[in-house]
Ligand binder design. Structure first.
Ligand SMILES: [Zn+2]
Length: 473
């Protein structure tokens, strides 16, 4: 066993030092502060797993629908049986509907299982039970609040973390439309550092703070020359403003995550920065849910989990209900995270090559919907109007946020690009004039407020739409 001790104590590649080629970037480098520190054996294991599984996960994207479907059902059968046997929460829940191990044979059996949500998991003491099942320090943990505002700790075992990471590496390849090379740098602009900064020195990943001044960021990008940049869309705004061509720094694609951005915004950034800017849709509970391909379609990540629409209306809109394949120790089965979506028919191949089903519409998170008397105005309608007005260069809007402060009052908070020009522009006036037409039950008053200070979540994430009326949150 002595070899294990040697590898455990051997240092890992100091990716941060390699990326910080000048002193100015140093204060903005993010270091891992995770309880379970990154180690050489962990990197070695993930490296072996990536090398072993990469061909399989790459191929899964082109796999025929029937094969994907069958693979998902087999996984679900195993997952549900294990959850039933080992987790009190699921045993109680499924026993109440007469479930017995082995009962899932077809999709109908799966669809007969109850749908759960965060509230039910918290009330059922699920997290505490999971924590008690494992020796202290064995599980990884992440705190989530999400848009619901309910806090929950998500626990994950090593194998699940590695599985998620293998899919994440493929995700990066899908954005690049090419295989990731061991020498390729990935560059994150984010709140926290990546869990793996390298795999035994290869596939280096460095993260800098989203607060890094843009001139320092550009100089560092020129030094590191990452192939892929992964960022919050709000950080991209400042980069796009400089009108630099990221291709000059060797960047081939930019991935956005965590915050909402609209398609028009991403097309605008793609145009300005000279590389495709592609979004992802994920949550701490479900891990990767969908990715935006070069054809601007959101493909469900069919091997990250099984995602369906629950309780669809006549147009096919309903709640996204998912079962994650990326969390064995704390399983999320038929979990509703409050997003309203529409999913397209299976069975066709996208020009990008993927046969994964497509999320045809993302109506928004429930708490993003503006109140319209007893009804609501869905986020996609509001963001569509933003696309048609505020994203227009003539609008002179650098960033914006829509806040409903009363039943009949909405404030557009915006920061102008050119202060001298202000916000009295034609597209902004059009936004103010058009927004009330989306409301059927309330005569909406829209005002514009100039600001540089944007409300963020406790997690630091920017939100485009906020309902902040008394009693609404
Ligand atoms: Zn596609």
């Amino acid at each position: 066993m002595s070899t294990i001790n040697i590898t455990e104590t051997a240092p890992i590649r100091n990716v941060e030092a390699d990326a910080a080629r000048s002193e100015e970037i140093e204060p903005f480098i993010r270091y891992s502060q995770r309880k379970k520190a990154e180690s050489r054996p962990a990197q070695a294991r993930l490296r072996r797993r990536w090398d072993f599984e990469k061909r399989h996960v790459r191929r899964a994207v082109w796999q025929l629908e029937q094969e994907t479907d069958r693979a998902q059902l087999l996984r679900i059968r195993e997952l549900v049986d294990r959850a039933f046997v080992s987790h009190r929460f699921y045993r109680d829940l499924y026993a109440s509907v007469g479930y017995e191990p082995g009962a899932i044979v077809t999709w109908d059996d799966y669809e007969a299982l109850p749908v759960i949500n965060k509230r039910a998991l918290i009330d059922g003491g699920f997290g505490e039970d999971v924590e008690a099942m494992y020796p202290a320090g064995m599980l990884h943990s992440a705190r989530t609040s999400g848009s619901s505002g309910l806090n929950m700790t998500i626990y994950q075992d090593d194998a699940s973390v590695e599985y998620r990471h293998v899919l994440y590496m493929r995700h990066c390849e899908l954005m690049l439309r090419d295989t990731l090379q061991p020498t390729d740098w990935r560059y994150g602009i984010y709140f926290v550092a990546e869990r793996y900064t390298s795999l035994l020195g290869d596939y280096p990943f460095v993260t800098v703070s989203q607060d890094v001044p843009v001139d320092i960021l550009i100089r560092n990008l020129a030094e590191v020359r990452p192939r892929l940049v992964l960022t919050l869309p709000s950080a991209l705004q400042r980069l796009a403003e400089t009108r630099i061509d990221l291709q000059e720094f060797g960047v081939q694609a930019v991935g956005t995550n965590s915050e909402r951005s609209t398609k028009e915004e991403r097309l605008h950034y793609s145009d300005t920065l000279g590389v495709p800017v592609l979004d992802e849709y994920s949550s701490e509970e479900m891990s990767l849910i969908a990715y935006e391909c070069g054809e601007r379609r959101y493909h469900l990540v069919e091997d990250s989990g099984r995602f369906d629409v629950h309780g669809a209306d006549e147009e096919g809109y309903g709640h996204l209900v998912g079962t994650s394949f990326g969390n064995a120790s704390m399983p999320f089965i038929r979990y509703d995270q409050g997003d309203v979506v529409q999913i397209g028919q299976a069975g066709s191949q996208c020009p990008c090559g993927s046969r994964f089903r497509v999320l045809t519409s993302f109506r928004g998170r429930e708490d993003e919907a503006l109140a319209d008397g007893q009804g609501t105005v869905a986020a996609d309608a509001v963001l569509g109007l933003c696309d048609a007005t505020l994203v227009d260069a003539e609008a002179n809007v650098l960033q914006y946020q829509i806040v409903q402060t009363a039943r009949d009052r909405v404030v557009l908070r915006a920061q102008p690009i050119d202060r001298a020009l202000g916000l009295e522009t034609r597209p902004v006036r059009k936004f103010v004039a058009t927004l009330p037409s989306l409301f059927e039950n309330v005569r909406m008053n829209v005002t514009v407020e100039q600001t540089d200070d944007f409300d963020r979540f406790a997690s630091g994430k920017r939100r485009l739409i906020i309902v902040a009326m008394d009693g609404a949150r």
